[in-house]
Write a protein that binds this ligand. Structure first.
Ligand code: EPS
Length: 384
């Protein structure tokens, strides 16, 4: 396992922490550039009040010296500003008083109930604090380091929203991928078409008015990934696997597809498989319906991943649940929350893809320093 990472921390605890191991030396890493990615994650029409509280103050604690990685483990921390409002509730030291804001009524759609049974928690806050989507902030911090690494090798990652609720944007992306985020970040819902953007905002407003929430589909596009990442020789080396796992590990994701994805199940082979034609570099693909991954390996074309996000679990007009103390049927617990977080999920997805592809690149090319790996990738690209 040459490249790996871990995260730790609770939503209203003191901090979120991430440790990354296996990154080569010589990569420029600046706190302000990571912070820029964290700011992107906070955006999106339908995001809750927490995003206004947090400034996601980030610090690099280890593994970087004079703005460059050293090849040793990198530790990042994000201080939770809101912790100052949750002192007694979230303090590490034993607390003898009456604990406020306990949770005894699980929210349908969240980890509360099953997590409480699994870990034998009476106060389900012990579950929701770690299960919260707040954790994605530190994964974006780690993922942004992976994005900087991939960018040095000519790999760019962007995202856009494809649908929110039943509003779909069927636009074809024409913007070069390395310029796409600049355009998408200007849209409150990070979608390509202005007409769809308006309808998505209306749908989110309607959900908020009805005390409801919305999910949707986002798309992550990776350009420049070298051909041959992953492998068909072993089940757990097929590149689709770690990407699917990474996206499914994002809060509220219920489906992942690559390229045509589920649509390819309804089409005949002649409409699905990408024909190949002679090209000065031996072969070129005449289309990319496979979404940049074929037979468990990157094809050198854009990698296109879409993920389906279920609506946010916390509803301001809560659904029915059970008070675990009395066993009575009651309305579910309500926590401050988003109404729709699909635009943010796309930004998070970029980081998840970056973390997977950084590992795949290091697995294929190895390399302990940026200069070593850059040369290897450059030489490899001459082959196709
Ligand atoms: C989130 C932080 C959370 C939620 C939200 C997303 O902060 P708080 O619970 O203090 O409001 O706003 O998390 C969820 C909606 C969820 O169901 O986990 C974040 O930083 O992305």
């Amino acid at each position: 396992m040459s490249f790996r990472f871990l995260t730790a921390g609770e939503s209203h605890g003191r901090s979120l922490v991430g440790i990354m191991e296996g990154l080569p030396s010589g990569l420029k890493i600046l706190e302000k550039e990571i912070h820029q990615e964290l700011k992107r994650r906070k955006q999106g029409y339908g995001r809750g009040a927490r995003q206004k509280i947090e400034d996601d103050a980030l610090e690099i604690l280890t593994g970087v010296r004079h703005g460059e990685s050293m090849g040793s483990p990198i530790t990042l921390v994000i201080w939770n500003k809101d912790f100052e409002n949750w002192g007694e509730i979230m303090q590490v030291a034993p607390f003898k008083g009456k604990v406020k804001r306990q949770v005894h009524v699980p929210r349908p759609g969240h980890a509360d109930y099953v997590g409480g049974v699994k870990y034998k928690h009476k106060d389900l806050r012990n579950v929701l604090e770690r299960a919260s989507a707040r954790e994605t902030a530190i994964r974006v911090a780690l993922g942004s380091v992976a994005k900087f690494f991939l960018k040095e090798l000519g790999v760019h990652i962007a995202s856009r929203v494809v649908s929110i609720g039943d509003v779909h944007d069927s636009s074809i992306v024409k913007t070069p991928i390395h310029q796409l985020n600049e355009k998408m970040d200007k849209s409150p819902v990070r979608c390509y078409s202005k007409a769809s953007e308006k309808k998505m905002i209306e749908a989110i407003d309607m959900a908020r008015k009805n005390g409801d929430s919305l999910g949707g589909v986002f798309e992550v596009i990776v350009s420049g990934a070298p051909l041959g990442l992953g492998s068909y020789v072993q089940w757990d080396r097929r590149l689709e696997g770690p990407l699917a796992q990474a996206f499914m590990s994002l809060n509220a994701i219920k489906g992942v597809e690559i390229g045509m994805g589920f649509d390819s199940a309804h089409q005949s082979g002649r409409k699905v498989h990408d024909e190949m034609a002679p090209s000065q570099k031996k072969v070129k693909f005449k289309s990319n319906k496979t979404g940049g991954i074929i037979g468990g390996m990157s094809s050198g074309e854009d990698i296109i991943i879409r993920a389906a996000m279920k609506p946010i679990a916390t509803l301001m007009k809560p659904l029915n649940s059970v008070d675990l103390r009395s066993g009575e049927s009651v309305k579910a617990h309500v926590e401050r929350s988003d109404y729709c977080a699909v635009p943010a999920a796309g930004v998070i997805g970029e980081s998840l893809a970056a973390l997977c592809l950084a590992e795949a690149v290091l697995e294929k090319f190895g390399g302990d320093s940026m200069s070593e790996i850059k040369k290897r990738v450059k030489d490899w690209r001459k082959n196709y």
